[in-house]
Unconditional design. Sequence first.
Lengths: 346, 346, 346, 346
Amino acid sequence: MLKVAIVGASGYTGVELIRLLHCHPEVAVTCVTSEQSAGKKISDVFPSLRNRCDLLLENLEPVRVAEKADFIFTALPHKAAMEVVPTFLKLGKRVVDLSADYRLRDAKEYEKWYEPHMNPELLKGAVYGLPEIRRTIIAGAELVANPGCYPTSIILGLAPLLKKKLIDPASIIADSKSGVSGAGRSAKVDNLYCEVNDGFKAYGVGGAHRHIPEIEQELSLLAGRELVISFTPHLVPMDRGILSTIYAQPAGAVTTAILLDLYNEFYSGEPFVRVLPAGTFPSTAHVRGSNFCDIGVTVDERTGRIIIVSAIDNLVKGASGQAAQNMNIMQGFPENLGLDGLALFP
Amino acid sequence: MLKVAIVGASGYTGVELIRLLHCHPEVAVTCVTSEQSAGKKISDVFPSLRNRCDLLLENLEPVRVAEKADFIFTALPHKAAMEVVPTFLKLGKRVVDLSADYRLRDAKEYEKWYEPHMNPELLKGAVYGLPEIRRTIIAGAELVANPGCYPTSIILGLAPLLKKKLIDPASIIADSKSGVSGAGRSAKVDNLYCEVNDGFKAYGVGGAHRHIPEIEQELSLLAGRELVISFTPHLVPMDRGILSTIYAQPAGAVTTAILLDLYNEFYSGEPFVRVLPAGTFPSTAHVRGSNFCDIGVTVDERTGRIIIVSAIDNLVKGASGQAAQNMNIMQGFPENLGLDGLALFP
Amino acid sequence: MLKVAIVGASGYTGVELIRLLHCHPEVAVTCVTSEQSAGKKISDVFPSLRNRCDLLLENLEPVRVAEKADFIFTALPHKAAMEVVPTFLKLGKRVVDLSADYRLRDAKEYEKWYEPHMNPELLKGAVYGLPEIRRTIIAGAELVANPGCYPTSIILGLAPLLKKKLIDPASIIADSKSGVSGAGRSAKVDNLYCEVNDGFKAYGVGGAHRHIPEIEQELSLLAGRELVISFTPHLVPMDRGILSTIYAQPAGAVTTAILLDLYNEFYSGEPFVRVLPAGTFPSTAHVRGSNFCDIGVTVDERTGRIIIVSAIDNLVKGASGQAAQNMNIMQGFPENLGLDGLALFP
Amino acid sequence: MLKVAIVGASGYTGVELIRLLHCHPEVAVTCVTSEQSAGKKISDVFPSLRNRCDLLLENLEPVRVAEKADFIFTALPHKAAMEVVPTFLKLGKRVVDLSADYRLRDAKEYEKWYEPHMNPELLKGAVYGLPEIRRTIIAGAELVANPGCYPTSIILGLAPLLKKKLIDPASIIADSKSGVSGAGRSAKVDNLYCEVNDGFKAYGVGGAHRHIPEIEQELSLLAGRELVISFTPHLVPMDRGILSTIYAQPAGAVTTAILLDLYNEFYSGEPFVRVLPAGTFPSTAHVRGSNFCDIGVTVDERTGRIIIVSAIDNLVKGASGQAAQNMNIMQGFPENLGLDGLALFP
């Protein structure tokens, strides 16, 4: 049994990791930390865990955490992660970090969107953990930067097209919609039930969202050239789910049939990507609670544009499920171990 | 008092018309029809109306309806509308039709997207009733085709730019999101609570939605040339509201400040269009139940694209409120009479 | 025009008062205060108000408020209200207080459930403002204590039975369910969207809710003897609405028909109480945004119990609508002035 | 591997059975039927299943079903179940029936609440499958009548008190609230998103709901005497979950501490019942997707009443999870096999 710590367990990605790992036959969660709720049982914070996971939440003392666990998930806000990850690595622990702190290769980009990086020397060795793109390197990594939720949906949606150079890289528009759990569990008026319910809005319009550098870094690598995109996130009155509607101009003549062949081949054998048949498009409701990314693709015959629609559960494939998938790869477990649960519908 | 009939009153646009006209000081609803519920009181179908509007629902016999009312709202499905509207017109009644039947100027377009038109001779005289664009002609019209909900949000969002030829007309992408009331009140599995709640999906992807010809007709008129757009509708788990996120390539150099000046001037004096300050974007929650269209606009500095976000209540500015606004214009009432209610928030 | 101030305008009852008074022909809101948001426009806090009510939020300085307005609504938390209400009264202003501070006649009861009262001498003159029960006294009051939301639904549900002594006063159980806006607008984890959505829970179980003394005070007055009730509040994932399901043992033989006659007579002529026909029960959806209280009543033949179901919008008849209704009565306006809006459905 | 058929697989309990059994290591679903969707893949009806369960839906021909499976779940509407269950039994198959057809011991009661029973001779041998009450008999049963969702929540809530004769059996009031999936998946206006969302209502008020005879049968058996209850179901705008708030008069002096001891002892060792600590009450959000029944209990000191609050997921412990639990017991599998998944929160 692999002993696992979840650092920052009192947020939504923390409790989701516990839910997923609870069904994982090779893993035991042995340590959970929370600054806010240290001293409480995790099941007092999340009563859904009662009688199944009643660990005490501890203060985050990296050395003590490292004594209790061999594998570390850091589910902390950005900045808080880079304060402790180096210690875990020095102590010989493998880490999957769910924050943004190790996703960007370039410390200057990190500083531009966030703040000065505290350990830029680690960025080179950190692996951006999108298994469908970078499985082999993940397997050998000590530090995996778990991708953001929006980026996961957009990169998986575009990877086949960019790899094959089938679209104009300057033409990409990603119009994304997220459930509210993506905003985390901190008490803010904006995320109150009555502020969100029965409403829909855009935010970060015009290129302001911090997931942009991460998306562009990965898309640029796939395309083999620098590119910028338009990205507009929106807030949907639902708990979970991200759906990205992505528009791009084809580089040459394509048809829906050609695209579907391409996607089916590109994702052939992938346990968690489902390419939908022609004329079928995903709903977040059909991936809720599961690690799937569902993708539909079409050519808009009237305008010539390619439209890709991808859907994930932001807390699973967009965070904790992907983190567990990365752990499976790093540990040599079957990649889908503990992650085969079907979506909860309805 | 203007005697008004609502033909097809047992749907959501019907009950919304009754709600709005109930506070209108110059109007009395004297006749309501419904094929499904004829013989019942409208307040048995919609208990929200009890003690305030308890009219009996009648079968739709145009001549009898015309005896009871001087102004007719037809809130019927397409095709059903064109079966009765000619009779109302012949009997000298003014009509606002909320269906799609008289929105397209070209009967062939109608046939392509719907079916053969039964009275194409009426299309020429019918006025597409978007007051902000066509107020004067509406005032004198006998038959106003009330715009669709998606089109209202998109046309109002783009009108200033197209009029001023500030964007490349071939570059328009409208990514729209609608609440569920837009799907009407008929019993379909797809619209059941459990199918919709806590999920988000696209539909009609790739240029399949019937609002497209109407949008393109009006945008082309504004642009002074034929154009086609990419339009993707989505379903949001909420009752009411449409938000359209619209992308376009500027024709020359623009800034957010220039755009805001343009929009503020274009919509100056409009009672129901609110142009939001720089950096502010609308939410459907802030127009819920009101006749407002809120618009935010920006230039995405990183990609050069213009992004417009517009929000309406699909049942008010997107249907019944706009219908009442058209009636006010046609009858010479103050345009905002009975329509000044603020949004219900939360 | 009556000049009105809303003290504590940045909460949900504050914005609801503005919405309702906006359509009131005899009232002008001339002053709004908020400690948190002083200096901002109220329409920056609530964008639904933009272009219709753009007043600046001020700090709460009672004397300055009193200079600007002749009638004061205090929409403050308990305790904050009793710090300022005496000043308004001394300055000759009439006050409707939406907090709990003047609802209890007995300062000791107030202390037991809240804290020591700061001006107990005012309790005697304050009028518990439930118009259906106490219309005449309200008309002459200087200080009206606007009833709580749960109490309104329960007292209106039981008044006819208690007045006529048709039930055993010891047998009352009120099982109440509220939308989330009842919890106010402060930033708490418990009220985050993801904590509330798609879940249902009881709270304050076993007689802990602070609305209990107020309910029992009024029911006891109606019954002519002291009584205690079981009251269990629940949280419903919706913005607005309270539905109370009330159980009581009849004091003698009754039938549903007898009860309906009684309720219809008791509430005959009431503008805002709708007694539903036999076999029909209310939904909060049908009063959403309106000042109605809908009541259904039946005898459970199998057990002999009487069951009453009452529904209100907690922000309207349960707070701001009732406050405006009280103002109408106090000022001699028609009681329904500005309050005739129909429910927003859907 | 046990070969299992799900008869009536295109409803919500059907897809939930597939979800749960998908993670069951001893079971293979080999046959799924649906009259409406025969010929389609089950994953075309429920895209959440795609790539994991793509069985073809068949017409219901009992003999053919029985050739393909050794264990049958009938997830049909009442009446449809009793048309086929006898055949399955004759062919030597064990059956868990999720309908109401075999829950009542007395065919006359069945006829009173439903219609004449077609095979009343089977009622005697059918076992009402609530494992916590009747585990041993279930183990040997050929036909298990899976309990209704409301009954499960109420019987588990009251069993300890009735067994110990601690309450007056005539005093029971169960005020229950259910998510919308309990209403099934058929297309009805009442269950449309816009009819349900942001509203709350009671239905079947006054003793009209068909779950009553089943609840009273089981409670009477526990109490050792006939009893009747008041039961009021309500509809909550959420997908899943039932919460029952139950009131009863104690037969003698009790305290919350005594009750908690009793409940903890009564449910000691139960894998799926969690008795909450004093002052803590359940939320459906914390059992969503799991097979738990969470119970909180208290004495209302002011009125002397006992209040029990119980929460389940209506589709899991209230239907498909309990059905799988019964199968485990019948087959001698560990009772929690495949059912240990934690609730999805948020």
